[in-house]
Each structure stands twice: as structure tokens, then as C-alpha cells.
Design a protein around this ligand. Structure first.
Ligand SMILES: Cc1cc2nc3c(=O)[nH]c(=O)nc-3n(C[C@H](O)[C@H](O)[C@H](O)COP(=O)(O)OP(=O)(O)OC[C@H]3O[C@@H](n4cnc5c(N)ncnc54)[C@H](O)[C@@H]3O)c2cc1C
Length: 423
């Protein structure tokens, strides 16, 4: 939910000790099953249905989009995962590592390993990555919003941020560890001290968090509160398999292929088809994440022609850029013993430097307990001598300085970023 985290070198300092699991009996507002009358299991969906908009992926982008579009149109959201509500591993900050450690097929976190052998995770739940992530919230840089990158209307972007923040952004509690990180950054000269702000500013700032002060996560699924219930249908456990296109002027008279339906399957494997109503503005929107979106396009025949042919997929459109130019922030984890227990905290403070590094920190989770607990991308793959408690430093910037052959702990890079010089 961060506006933009493009800096190549982000340092996370994660200090570890025993992970707390809250045994709260009362459900918080964020954990209660929301009274969303428009959310259904895909098994209840008709075989054929019609909508003005079909959104594939009910994640961080898909949920707010669905809420907005439903005001004046009929909208279908297809989400392959289940509901986040009532899952304590999603709700409670102290359980941050638990979904990442759950490698079962029903986990809200789907672990994967890149072609480089790097462990990572992607969401499989309504609310998407906002149900799994470290919860840091920031607005994008002003230049990014109104500049050449996206060219949005600044006033509309501001109103949209406020719309999101009203539901899911909070001023973090800033306890002992995060306060020490802030003070350390200031001592180290990451100035000025900008205090608490959602804006992107050079120096040290306390940013927003999607965890409230009680440590309860608020996710993009909460933005569906804004939806018009009469306009929206959200189907869970609905996996989109293919977008169907009219091609070569068939039906539309247009030269370009035009998407008109989505084929999806429910959890029993039964096939359903959702079609667009006729209407010039009606659309299929793919917001299935940075891996899921190109994957679905390619399965539907839109992508680099060589890849489509290699997999016997009928070519709808040769689009060589689909799935290309992906990049990721390299990450290198260092575990350091902690002599004392440290509070559980995720990202609350950031140092935004002029030399291109963002410095962030988290504390208190037991990521160092691998292999007893495997937190995937947050687990060390080389064990340090057995300290009783550990600091976990996840220092992406280290990659700039350590030769590749000596990188012994988790790091991630995209295939496309190989060989690229990082500034
Ligand atoms: C461990 C971790 C920590 C992070 N920490 C932060 C942080 O502190 N701050 C921050 O701003 N960002 C953070 N991020 C990144 C952030 O969560 C993502 O950038 C963001 O969620 C991406 O949003 P999205 O809508 O593009 O995709 P997602 O939120 O991933 O949504 C995609 C949705 O599409 C669904 N889907 C995929 N394929 C299909 C299909 N075929 N059919 C139906 N549904 C499908 C998925 O189940 C998913 O729900 C973190 C990410 C991770 C993994």
C-alpha cells in the first residue's frame, strides 16, 4: 500500500526474539466477518453471468477499484483466495510470520521460488498483499504522481489517498525499538526529522501503518465498505483461467482483439463464464498482481509470440513486453543475537536518503528459528552459531558491496534485473 518504494537499497533491521501469539478471545472490529452481502463462494455462482466490469484479482488494487466502479455499474471481482476476516494470522501484527510459514495449499500466502532460486511469497486472499505485508503506508512522491511516470491529477490523487487513509492508515505507536531506530537515523545524519507524515519526504519520518494502535491489521478488503452492495459481486475461491477475446473484427468490427469474457473455476473445479454486458465503456481489468496478471494474459494468448507458441497457446496478440522488465529489490538477511527481548514491531520509521537508499526496520519476530520454523523469504538459510535470541538484519544494501559468490543468505532479484548495475 505504499505509494512507491523504488529505491534500490532498502535496509530492514529485524531484531528477533520469541514470537508472541495473541490469545485474544474477543474479536476485534478488523477481525469480525464483515457483513459483506456481496461476497460469495464461487461454487454458488451461475455457469454464465453478465457484468459491466470484471475485475480479476481482489487484492490491494482490485478491492478499491471494485468499490469505486460499483457506484455506477455492475462489477464482478474474481479472487482465487478466501476471506481474510476471522483469520488471526492475518489480523494480528504479532502473527506476521505465520502466514509466510504456512505453505499449505489453503494458505493466504503462496510461496514460490524464482528462476534464480530465490524464495518469495505472493498473496492468495481477498485483500491481497495487504493481508500479508509489513503494513508500511506512504503516499507516492509528488513527482511520481504528476510527472511523466503516471501523470495523474494531483488533486484527485490527494482525495484518493484520503479515501484510503480514512479506512486503513494509522499513526503507529512508536515504542522503544522504533523510537531507537528513528533516533539512530537522525544521529546518523538522515535529516531533517520530518516527524509523522504520510508524505514522501527526504530525511527521517514516521510513516503510516495499516496496523492500528492495538496491532490489528486493516486491509484493502476493508475498502469494500465503500462499495455499493447492489452493484458488486465478489466471488472467493474463483480462479480465472482465461480471458476470452473477439479477434479480427469478429463481433466488434475493430481490428484489435477485444476482451469480452473470463473463464474461471471454483474450488470443485467447475467451470464458469462471466461475460461483459454490451457497452462502450465496459472492461475486463486484470489486477492479479505482478506475477498473476502477466500469467493470465499469457494463458489467454497475449504475450511474446515465441513463448505462446512454445506452450501451444493460440496467439491472440503478439505483445512482447508482457511479463518482461520485472524487477525486485535485492534482499540480504543478517541475523545478530539480541541480549534482551525486543518488542514486536513492523515498519514504522523510514530514513529516505539522497543517495538512493531507504532504511527501515522491524523487530521482535522469531525469524531466526529456522529450520524449526520456516518463514520463507524471512528465514535465514545458513545458520549462525546457536544464540539463544537473535537479531535479524535484512540488509538489502549489502548486496551492493558483497560479491555474488559470498552471498550466503536469502536475497532476491528478478531474472530481468540480472546484470543490471544498481546505482
Ligand atoms: C512479505 C511482504 C511484505 C511487504 N511489505 C510491504 C509494506 O510494508 N508496504 C507496502 O506498501 N508494500 C509491501 N509489500 C508489497 C505489497 O503488499 C504489494 O506491492 C501489493 O499488495 C501489490 O498489490 P496488487 O494489487 O498489485 O497485488 P496483490 O495485492 O497481490 O493482489 C493480487 C490478487 O490477485 C489474486 N489472483 C492472482 N491470480 C489470480 C487468478 N488467476 N484468478 C483470481 N485471482 C487471482 C491473488 O490471490 C491476490 O489476492 C510487501 C509484500 C510482501 C510479500
Amino acid at each position: 500500500m505504499v505509494g512507491r518504494r523504488s529505491a534500490p537499497s532498502v535496509a530492514y533491521f529485524l531484531v528477533t526474539h520469541a514470537l508472541f501469539f495473541l490469545l485474544a478471545c474477543r474479536l476485534s472490529a478488523s477481525q469480525q466477518a464483515r457483513n459483506y452481502t456481496f461476497v460469495h463462494d464461487a461454487r454458488t455462482a451461475p455457469e454464465i453471468s453478465y457484468y459491466d466490469y470484471i475485475i480479476v484479482g481482489g487484492g490491494t488494487a482490485g478491492c478499491p477499484l471494485a468499490a469505486t466502479l460499483s457506484q455506477n455499474a455492475t462489477v464482478l471481482v474474481l479472487e482465487r483466495g478466501g476471506s481474510p476476516y476471522g483469520d488471526p494470522n492475518i489480523t494480528y501484527l504479532a502473527n506476521f510470520g505465520a502466514p509466510l510459514a504456512d505453505a499449505s495449499p489453503s494458505s493466504p500466502s503462496q510461496r514460490f521460488i524464482s528462476e534464480d532460486g530465490v524464495i518469495n511469497a505472493r498473496a492468495r486472499v481477498l485483500g491481497g498483499g495487504s493481508c500479508l505485508n509489513a503494513g508500511f503506508y506512504s503516499r507516492a512522491e509528488a513527482d511520481y504522481i504528476s510527472g511523466r511516470d503516471v501523470g495523474w491529477n494531483s488533486e484527485l490523487a490527494k482525495q484518493s489517498y484520503e479515501w484510503v487513509e480514512k479506512k486503513v492508515a494509522f499513526q503507529p505507536p512508536m515504542k522503544q525499538w522504533q523510537s531507537a531506530v528513528r533516533d539512530g537515523l537522525i544521529d546518523a545524519g538522515v535529516l531533517p526529522n520530518n516527524g509523522f507524515t504520510y508524505d514522501h519526504m527526504y530525511g527521517t519520518k514516521v510513516g503510516g501503518s495499516i496496523f492500528d494502535t492495538a496491532g490489528h491489521r486493516h486491509t484493502a478488503a476493508d475498502l469494500l465498505d465503500y462499495a455499493n452492495p447492489d452493484g458488486l459481486t465478489v466471488l472467493l475461491k474463483a480462479t480465472a483461467h482465461k480471458v476470452l477475446f473477439h479477434t479480427r473484427g469478429e463481433w466488434t468490427g475493430k481490428a484489435r482483439p477485444t476482451a469480452h469474457a473470463v473463464v474461471f473455476r471454483d474450488s470443485t473445479g467447475a467451470k464458469h463464464r462471466a461475460y461483459l454486458n454490451s457497452g462502450a465503456h465496459n472492461e475486463i481489468i486484470i489486477s492479479a498482481g505482478s506475477l498473476g496478471s502477466p500469467q493470465l494474459l499469457i494463458l489467454s494468448g497475449v504475450g511474446p509470440v515465441d513463448q505462446l507458441k512454445a506452450h501451444n497457446i493460440t496467439v491472440v496478440l503478439d505483445q512482447p513486453m508482457v511479463g518482461q522488465l520485472m524487477s525486485d529489490n535485492p534482499m540480504n538477511a543478517v541475523f545478530v543475537p539480541s541480549p534482551v527481548p525486543v518488542e514486536v514491531s513492523l515498519i514504522e520509521v523510514v530514513g529516505i536518503t539522497h543517495f538512493g537508499s531507504y532504511i527501515e526496520a522491524a523487530s521482535g519476530a522469531n525469524f531466526g528459528s529456522f529450520p524449526d520454523n520456516d518463514y520463507g523469504l524471512f528465514s535465514p538459510k545458513v545458520r549462525t552459531p546457536q544464540p539463544t535470541t537473535q537479531f535479524y538484519i535484512n540488509l538489502r544494501q549489502i548486496l551492493t558491496f558483497i560479491p555474488k559468490s559470498s552471498r550466503s543468505v536469502s536475497c532476491r532479484r528478478s531474472r530481468q534485473s540480472r546484470g543490471r548495475q544498481r546505482p
